[in-house]
Design a protein around this ligand. Structure first.
Ligand SMILES: [Zn+2]
Length: 267
């Protein structure tokens, strides 16, 4: 083990560029757990809505995620923690995220501002795609610098994370910005996942962006937009992907559970 870690230190970044492909996918779950632990200890930045007090909201969220991961395009259904969903009580944050290993987080701001279940599912599908495509894991382990080398060594060798490294890893994952290509790829998978479930309008992500950015006013830029730029270009690409899959004319199906979800979270 020590030899292996040393090898990483010595070979440095050259080796790092290839190491994400050799990291077993089970490691993603470990990275996710580290991130979840950090979130649970930080209620100021991550105010968790109690699942004991709001069981109905949680049940509806679980139902929606289950529909998304029923897509045959989902590879890590049985490995990742997609049944672990956390609602964050922050109405100003129109966002969601999914850690490596599939821990899903959704803000009440997104639940309230989505126009229908399809739009909420589309954003969740985009976030789930980041986990499925292992975007954060690749970025965290392909970084440069001493910190990245330590993290990559710990991940690749199976070394137990020390408390210090665990905090570093969690901070890194939570603060990661992903490239335009990775965002584009997650958009594409959102369309593919929704199309294959047969439950949702496949281009609902474009509808969500359109309502919030193009037709909305610029006073209130939602987090998901500010952290995911080039929205107009992405709307075009999502629409094109829908045409390619022949689902651009999907209609909205009734989802009565969505109204239950919206009314079961705090006002
Ligand atoms: Zn994204």
């Amino acid at each position: 083990m020590i030899k292996k870690i040393l090898y990483f230190f010595i070979s440095g970044t050259v080796l790092l560029s290839s190491c994400s492909s050799t990291i077993p996918v089970q490691k993603d779950t470990q990275l996710g757990q580290i991130t979840v632990n950090k979130i649970r200890k930080d209620p100021k930045n991550y105010p968790i809505l109690s699942s004991a007090e709001y069981p109905q909201a949680y049940a509806e969220m679980e139902r929606i995620v289950q529909v998304i991961i029923s897509s045959p395009e989902i590879e890590y259904r049985d490995i990742f923690a997609y049944d672990s969903i956390t609602i964050l009580h922050d109405d100003k944050n129109i966002n969601a995220f999914c850690t490596p290993g599939g821990y899903v987080f959704v803000y009440t701001g997104l639940i309230k501002n989505a126009q229908n279940e399809d739009q909420l599912a589309a954003v969740l599908a985009h976030e789930i795609a980041h986990a499925e495509r292992r975007h954060s894991v690749k970025k965290v382990t392909n970084g440069v610098g001493r910190q990245a080398v330590i993290i990559a060594a710990a991940v690749a060798t199976g070394a137990t994370f020390g408390a210090f490294i665990a905090v570093e890893v969690a901070n890194k994952i939570l603060g990661l910005g992903l490239s335009r290509n990775k965002e584009s790829e997650a958009d594409k998978y959102s369309v593919m996942y929704l199309q294959s479930t047969g439950e949702y309008k496949c281009t609902a992500l474009a509808d969500f962006f359109k309502e919030l950015v193009v037709e909305g006013n610029d006073v209130h830029i939602p987090t998901i937009i500010s952290s995911h730029p080039n929205t107009r270009e992405r709307i075009l690409k999502i629409t094109r992907m829908g045409s390619k899959l022949g689902c651009e004319n999907d209609v909205l199906r009734p989802h009565p559970g969505f109204e239950i979800l919206q009314t079961s979270i705090p006002e």
